[in-house]
Write a protein that binds this ligand. Sequence first.
Ligand code: SF4
Ligand code: MSK
Length: 651
Amino acid sequence: MANEVEVKKKKVISVDPATLSAVEKAVEDGVPLVWDRLADQEPQCTFGAKGICCRICFMGPCRIKANKPDSVGVCGANADTIAARNFARMVAAGVAAHSDHGRAVADTLIAVAKDEAPGYEIKDEQKLLQLALDFEIPIDNKSIKEIALAVGEKARAEFGKQEGELLFLKKAPLKRQQIWRETGMAPRGIDREVVELMHRTHMGVDQEMEHIMIGASRTALADGWGGSMIGTEIQDVLFGTPVPVAGDANLGILKTDEVNIIVHGHEPLLSEQIVAAAQDPEMIAYAKSKGAKGINLGGICCTANEILMRHGVAIAGNFLQQELAIVTGAVEAMVVDVQCIMPSLPNVAGHYHTKVITTSPRCKIPGAEHIEFHESDAIPSARRIVKEAIDNYVNRGKNVRIPKEKHTMIAGFSHETINYLLGGMYRASYRPLNDNIINGKIRGIAGVVGCNNPKTPHDEFHIKMVKELIKNDVIVLMTGCGAVALGKAGLLVPEGATKFAGPGLAEVCETVGIPPVLHMGACVDNSRILMAATAVVKEGGLGDDISDLPAAGAAPEWMSEKAIAIGQYFVASGVYTVFSTAFPTLGAPGLTDLLFNKFEKITGGKWDFVVDPVEAARKMIAHIDSKRKALGLDKKKERVLHDMASRRELV
Ligand code: SF4
Ligand code: MSK
């Protein structure tokens, strides 16, 4: 059944040749994949897709009928209330996921400070000191470990804080902080906001969509300027603030003659240790004793982004390629932690020799082996996992076919790195970026983030949208699986500028030596985009708030609740944010109008939904142009031809 559907639909499955070739192998091997299961689900429930199915209490489930838009649930809830509650619960779940990740990182910093986490260390002392400043922790004569303990404890206290605002809100432009306070969106403790939102969306509590969405915004901001930002900043302290690094991406990174280990999920706490264990000469010798030439590590999803940008470890693929890595027949172990891990993996692995190993105390999957990983015991746990993979090498069958495609990509553009790259080590500054936006060489900035979704051809929407943006001189900042899509397509290298960017953007990229699309990390690192936007505001000349910037955000292939949380904190931070694929409020016209139109008056940002990615990019460009106009930057300037020397002076 399913695989016949697959063969018919193959052409629209993906624009990535490696993916298509692995899908072909899955068909031959009789392995059902995510696209087959989607076909089995069709037609999907349109009530759920449009946000107007409610199963919050068991007088229901209730649904609002399309031909009867004034219908209400058993309790009397209308479409807007139902959709707003559903939307808010997606925000709460997304925030919980990111923030629990952030808390685990803070816990690890505390353990490092107490010498209770062998194998981890403080790699970026400068950032630790910056965090101490942000948290108003007196440094005095404290040792680095004492400062780390104080920072870790202060960060962890942000989750359970009962009074006062989150401390990182102060990093935002002053005007933005004022908007949050005036609208009641300034978050208190992160856990408190999630709990309150779950309470408010319980049956019979908050029923006014505007009020629900203020609560949802406050909770989302507790992610972007709270849990996620804590996660990103402390990961930089522990593992190093990323700097540009090259690595290969796509299934072609797997090797026929080495032990292939895939790390998949989100938290780098585990993958950092796996990287160390896989590079250990003793482990490599052990792999050789089993007949392999070495140990080859690859990443999937955001773990891939984390280990590429800090270690140059190759990326095997993005979200929709997790099953396909196993289908190659060449993977000894897929080691997973949390988030975006398909429950289908053990079934796929059942057709081959691959071991699926869960490691987080938060995540077990039926059919997977569980080797629990604790920071206090990190090195032995990681070595045990790597050894299991090596021992499995002898079980690899002959049914191995690895797609040849892979492409080099450059990752690791933290907002600090962008600062140095543009301004230089001694005059680090966003000034050159602002000047090039003001002079029109760079038309604006776009953040394009998020997942893959089998409802859209894999990678296609990301690639089409980004190509349209850079062709029109919009520099693109990317994270997550979208960044991997563009890396595989060859746009995350400096030559991408010459090939795909408009003349102004290409000129700036060629002069500085950067790609037109900057990889800023994993999905938890969208906080880096907020920080980059804030740095541009603070540099001056482009208004006094994020909402003044010629900038826009998008998630063209989103699927996760985290994407909704991210979108909401972008909107609540003043960003015009466009989603494709689907939008979970379309059955509720009042709520959709609130999010797509009226919200702009409240936060300066708003949502939009555009099915076609190129049209979405054009709307983003139109928004950027309207912001340029408001800033008085729409006047045409005479074009001046520069030689190399004068170009250098400009950037
Ligand atoms: Fe139906 Fe109201 Fe219960 Fe939702 S909360 S399931 S609309 S009765
Ligand atoms: S992994 S949340 S599919 S980006 Fe972060 Fe990719 Fe989306 Fe998961």
